[in-house]
Write a protein that binds this ligand. Sequence first.
Ligand SMILES: [Zn+2]
Ligand SMILES: [Zn+2]
Length: 317
Amino acid sequence: MRTPPRPVDIAAVFPELTAYARTTTRLHPRPGEPGVHDSSVGGPLLWPADEPWPVCSDPHAAVDPDDLVSVEDERLRRRILKEAWGETGFTDEIRARLEALDDRAPTAIPAEVPLLAVAQLYARDVPDLKPPEGADLLQVLWCPFDHEDEMYCPAVTLKWRRSADVGRPLAEQPEPEVAGSDNYVPERCVVHPEQLVEYQYSDFLPPELAQRIEEWEEETDSTYFYGLSVAQGWKVGGWSNWNLTDPYPMACACGSELDLLLKIDSGEWDGEQHWRTEDHEELEDANPAKVTIGRGYGLWIFVCPVSHDHPHQLSMQ
Ligand SMILES: [Zn+2]
Ligand SMILES: [Zn+2]
């Protein structure tokens, strides 16, 4: 899976930008049937059979009851829709099956919610994953409800492992019965990691350089922010955007500046099709992982470079 070359090699136009270049790994999740030994989005995770599956019993922000979905039925609904968009079309029988799912939709949030697998990334597949000493596997789970103290986003749990330490993996992985939104149920996907170069968000460039880039954008009808600096889509490492809130410091209690670990995104490319991938014609839409954060934002997960035991922090942009 590849990202076509950027329309302009911006570092050739502004050689000073090479000092602000960083690699990132776009994950390119695509629906598939990954196993526990594969990097994936939406699971399954390589989880030790004798280790309890994490649950959330934190308070949850109020949900519009119409937004509640059964996780299992949401997967079924997607399969039925796929069938309908394919050969069969929207027959009366398909309509009836979809209505039956609506009729049995959940009406309440359970007190205890098993976490949902969001991503599993092996260091061998993802060059920009920087695991702590001895670990080679990152597992990301979330509680699929809005949490007031997590910026009204799902609460994320990160688990680093040494995959060789997992003896017998858990065969039947728990899933929550209910999610606060169909947007929080990731489609089961294989990933196609691709490493590329990004450039720093313009607010953090020397003002004089940012000014010249702005003038160049006007002269050439180009866009540094959308098309040339930070990649769209799910990615590991690299730079972060701050276009929604303007930059605020991401610092650990230990005093260190946090690094971007992972961006969970609401699509692979934006409306203007910047960062559109080569397989776009085969995809039903720009959001194969079927996760949407807020009004189509990204959930940016930051970690402390000093220790992975220090708490991660989130930003929504
Ligand atoms: Zn929760
Ligand atoms: Zn720290």
